[in-house]
Design a protein around this ligand. Structure first.
Ligand SMILES: Cc1cc2nc3c(=O)[nH]c(=O)nc-3n(C[C@H](O)[C@H](O)[C@H](O)COP(=O)(O)OP(=O)(O)OC[C@H]3O[C@@H](n4cnc5c(N)ncnc54)[C@H](O)[C@@H]3O)c2cc1C
Length: 487
């Protein structure tokens, strides 16, 4: 007889493993199915290993500018790409092992193999999945597998959560080949440093790699089809960041698209079509295709079960429910924003709803922060100025530059700004947009404020520690009301 659970989760990324832990905490018998690596893309190929690479870039940058801090470093500082990659891969492995430990600690069964949903729960009947042979080409196998892992077979559950994540999107004719045209997989562990690099797409993934490689001394060109870099960000913040990238020697071509790529023996030549119709041919050692990701919705049995999808993602409500009872989806496979913390929060909401907890709030996508860990960092939450105006909101905007903040100056990090957007009538904080050092750590102040439906009054009465860069948050609020104190 098939082994039965209260909840089975397919995929062990930040969506899946957090759902498993929360389900177990709530007393539900839980299993998680994985086919490639515990901890998903986030820990193995996404959030964490990129931050490890970017940390190496940051240390290199500081070392190269040691003189500014009164320090003399003897000899030339040379990045050792093999050692940098080894550090990043080691950290990914540690994270991966950590999730194995968490599953054991929380008594979550791990089932190894490729899962397909074969039956939804109906009436008193249980839902069913079949875990079969792994058909996907495995980029880097899980090693070693945790003990007592279950294998192929049929499993039943009252509730099935799909958390299968996403993979790189490819443009027709410009498909990554892993050698000359990379996805994030190859960009994460180059065998050697290219001399030149073309990055197609300036979203978070593209610009983080562009920033890493540029700091490493690579000649980097970024091609972006939209009017601004990091197009989802507030236009003023994007423009500020672009100026810094320009100063660092990154070449950024906006409102342009790569239409064709010719491959040489050890280089690519991209045809870059610009807004005015002219085509520039750009040759680089390697190219990164960073044009977004698409949900892993294939071979899961979705069509047979009639589970609705839209633009490559599973359609859900605010609690992760699909249109088929007993089947849920969370994380990247359930649509944008494709971020680990969104996946985790969706996981908790979904499981608490399944467990019947009272007062479970549906996901509010407006309150999901977005962070990009390039140099300078960018972080935001809520509406951009353009979106607020589009919605017809009457707004007040505050701005505060890092050049007027003592701590930023002391750190030698005076290039940055904070922008806040308030509803003129109610004083509701509608959006916050930051660029500069450590802003990915600072944005949470505004996320909490928005979550508590804080107004400008509350923020103005909050005491910020001195000296910190966080004081720029308060000054930006004060500025929105013509009361900035230090500028
Ligand atoms: C380069 C890069 C940098 C990133 N940086 C950040 C960042 O700084 N911050 C941030 O918030 N987000 C970042 N992200 C995005 C983040 O990684 C994802 O949003 C997050 O991993 C999504 O979690 P998930 O649980 O939905 O799916 P995933 O992490 O993709 O996990 C899905 C899991 O499901 C498994 N699976 C798929 N199909 C099956 C099947 N049929 N059977 C069994 N198992 C299956 C997969 O093997 C995988 O392990 C980054 C992504 C990339 C690529």
């Amino acid at each position: 007889m098939a082994e039965t659970y209260d909840v089975i989760i397919i995929g062990s990324g930040p969506g899946g493993y957090i759902a498993a832990i929360r389900a177990s905490q709530l007393g539900l018998k839980t299993a998680i199915v994985e086919r490639e690596h515990l901890a998903g893309i986030c820990s193995n190929w996404g959030c964490i290993p990129t931050k490890a690479l970017l940390r190496s870039a940051e240390v290199l940058h500081l070392a190269e500018h040691a003189k500014n801090y009164g320090l003399t470093l003897e000899g030339k500082i040379t990045p050792d790409i093999k050692a940098i990659v080894a550090r990043s891969r080691g950290i990914a492995e540690r994270m991966n092992g950590g999730v194995g430990f968490l599953m054991k600690k929380n008594k979550v069964d791990i089932i190894w193999g490729e899962a397909k949903v074969t039956k939804p729960a109906s009436g008193s009947g249980l839902g069913e999945i079949v875990v079969g042979k792994i058909t996907k080409e495995i980029v880097q196998p899980q090693a070693p597998l945790p003990k007592n892992v279950k294998g192929e077979g049929t499993y039943t559950a009252k509730h099935i959560i799909i958390a299968t994540g996403a993979r790189p999107r490819a443009l027709p004719g410009i498909e990554p080949d892993g050698k000359l045209i990379w996805t994030y997989f190859e960009a994460m562990k180059p065998a050697e440093m290219p001399k030149s690099l073309l990055v197609m797409g300036s979203g978070a993934i593209g610009i983080e790699f562009a920033s890493f490689y540029r700091t490493m001394g690579v000649d980097v060109t970024v091609v972006e089809v939209m009017k601004t870099v990091m197009p989802v960000e507030d236009a003023e913040i994007s423009a500020f960041a672009k100026k810094q990238f320009d100063k660092q020697g990154m070449k950024i071509i906006l409102e342009a698209k790569v239409t064709k790529v010719e491959k040489g023996a050890n280089s690519v030549t991209a045809h870059v079509e610009k807004k005015d119709g002219t085509v520039e041919k750009i040759t680089a050692d390697r190219m990164i295709s960073a044009v977004g990701v698409q949900g892993n919705i294939e071979n899961l049995g979705l069509e047979t079960l009639g589970i609705k999808t839209d633009r490559g993602c599973i359609v859900i409500d605010g609690y992760g429910k699909t249109n088929v009872p007993g089947i849920y989806a969370i994380g990247d496979v359930a649509g944008p924003p494709m971020l680990a913390h969104k996946a985790e929060h969706e996981a908790v909401i979904c499981v608490e709803k399944i467990a019947g907890l009272p007062n479970v709030h549906p996901m509010d996508k407006l309150k999901i922060p977005g962070c990009t860990y390039c140099n300078p960092q960018v972080a935001s939450v809520g509406l951009t100025e353009a979106k607020a105006k589009e919605q017809g909101r009457d707004i007040r905007v505050g701005r505060f530059p890092f050049v007027a903040n003592g701590k930023a100056i002391a750190l030698g990090e005076d290039q940055g700004m904070v922008k806040t957007i308030f509803d003129k009538k109610t004083g509701e904080l509608l959006g916050a947009h930051l660029v500069g050092a450590e802003v990915t750590e600072l944005i949470q102040g505004f996320v909490i404020a928005m979550n508590l439906e804080t107004t400008e009054e509350d923020l103005m009465h909050t005491i910020f520690p001195h000296p910190t860069i966080s004081e720029t948050l308060k000054e930006s609020v004060l500025d929105a009301y013509g009361r900035a104190l230090n500028a």
